[in-house]
Unconditional design. Sequence first.
Length: 126
Amino acid sequence: MKEYSNKWKGSIKPKKQRKYLKNAPLHTKRKIMSVNLSKSLRKDAKKRSIPVRKGDKVKILRGTFKGKTAKVEKVLRKDYKLLLEGITIEKKDGTKINYPTHYSNVQIVELDLNDKKRIKEKQKVK
């Protein structure tokens, strides 16, 4: 049985859905990790979601840190998680670590436009 197929259209079975997500190549995972935009950005971009990137400012919508706004420090494509600046938890031994947040639980509030490609992408969207 193949690990990943480009011809896969979808399945009702959660096992197959999880398998597709886990075995997807990194360039596909980037597209999958598209995060919805805030209402003001939606009007600007005329798009509902954009792939999340390091430097974007996001608002957390679910979980312990709900309502907080933070900058994306790192995108973990393998695990579909984001590490956010200032969103930390304390371990038993007292050390603080960044709390990994799932991409579906955040909303982009401000785009990082330092990269020329990102600016072109935004203009293309308009």
